[in-house]
Design a protein. Sequence first.
Length: 129
Amino acid sequence: MPPTPAPAPPTPTPTPDAATAAAGSAPPSILDDLGEDLTGVATPVAVCMALTVALCRALNPDGASNPDVVRLATLAYDERAGDSAAAKLGGGLLNALAFVAIMAAMTFGLFVLFKLKVGFGRVACVFCC
């Protein structure tokens, strides 16, 4: 009795990258991966911004605001009609610097609270009591 031939090894199925390389097109570049990462970050941020705008418009449809509420935006300099362009520029830069300093201080404060593992209940108690 003649020996039976060994079965042929299975042919590997080509991966998409191998198939595209065999077809002559270039493999995905780093820009493709970077684009996916940027889209993954930008999409939730854009949705959050859109929801914030919609919420602000729903809560204040006429757009009127109390000047005391926007005090953070004009903390260092309050523009007047008779101010020169140089004074407005300097005041705008001062306001920007004050805003960045306040945001940095608040971020640092939250970082310290996180590092100290202070829960929200303790923080609320400090501010409310």
